[in-house]
Ligand binder design. Structure first.
Ligand SMILES: [Zn+2]
Length: 271
């Protein structure tokens, strides 16, 4: 924390579904915001117990959720987060968890931490993961339910082709067989919301990579991010993109001080 940084006395709340979402979606920005004086808090709605296990030795008792919660705390320390709140909703089931309950829990965090800005998934959930889309919907609804002191809401977006470029750059394996988290790299950002803010996180790309690698159970040798060099990360992951929700905020858009506006998205006719 930096008492004289660009975000001194600000609080940023990130709301995501699984341990590792925070690092992949916006780890550079979270680290930079913390360095600029913000208190950065993460609310993670599941422990990710349905995720893959890169090496059985990492989960000797079979309790992947507990291991991933620990990995998340290590990643949070790398990113400089002030606090992590991990809920225990069933991984993979968020769309079917009572929406009012999830919204109420997100509101509890908002009322407790009083964030100036909230970061969460966009409508595409980065690659249409149903849990991610549910987090987008519930967080949007929770913010909309606030009358006073409504924080600015930012959705993470990823330009199409970002993960494809990572796959092709990562040394040591055929790009054709590299599937980050078992996913088609072209799925990332394929239908992302247009960014309104671009944050330069080149100086934080190595920390973003290090935070991702704290999630060891999710980072097997097939994952190109396990092999990317810091220099490549700077080039390929050194800019993070956000879409500011077009909703009246009583706090302004505090993260805008970290970046520059993205090129004007094409205007869409309303009628
Ligand atoms: Zn996720």
């Amino acid at each position: 924390m930096n008492a004289r940084g660009l975000l001194a006395n600000r609080t940023i709340l990130a709301v995501f579904a699984h341990p590792d979402d925070e690092s992949l979606a916006c780890g550079g920005t979270l680290a930079r915001a913390a360095e600029e004086g913000a208190r950065v808090v993460l609310l993670c709605l599941t422990r990710g117990e349905q995720g893959s296990i890169s090496d059985a030795a990492l989960v000797p008792d079979g309790d992947l959720g507990a291991v991933r919660a620990r990995e998340l705390r290590e990643a949070a320390a790398v990113l400089g987060l002030a606090q992590v709140v991990v809920l225990d909703h069933p991984d993979g089931q968020l769309p079917w968890v009572d929406a009012r309950l999830l919204e109420a829990e997100i509101l509890v965090s908002i009322r407790h931490f009083q964030p100036d800005a909230i970061i969460t998934f966009g409508a595409d959930g980065l690659y249409w993961h149903p849990d991610h889309v549910a987090v987008h919907e519930r967080t949007t609804a929770a913010v909309a339910a606030l009358n006073a002191r409504r924080p600015a809401l930012y959705y993470v977006t990823m330009p199409e082709g970002t993960m494809r470029a990572v796959v092709e750059a990562a040394p040591g394996r055929e790009a054709a067989e590299a599937r980050p988290w078992g996913l088609n790299p072209d799925a990332f950002g394929a239908e992302a919301m247009p960014p309104t803010l671009v944050v330069d996180v080149a100086a934080y790309a190595a920390r973003k990579l290090a935070a991702l690698r704290c999630h060891r159970t999710q980072m097997g040798p097939a994952n190109p991010l396990a092999r990317l060099t810091d220099e490549q990360a700077r080039d390929l992951l050194g800019r993070e993109h956000f879409h500011g929700a077009p909703r009246a905020s009583t706090t302004g858009f505090p993260l805008d001080v970290l970046g520059e506006p993205a090129a004007e998205p094409p205007t869409r006719a309303i009628l």
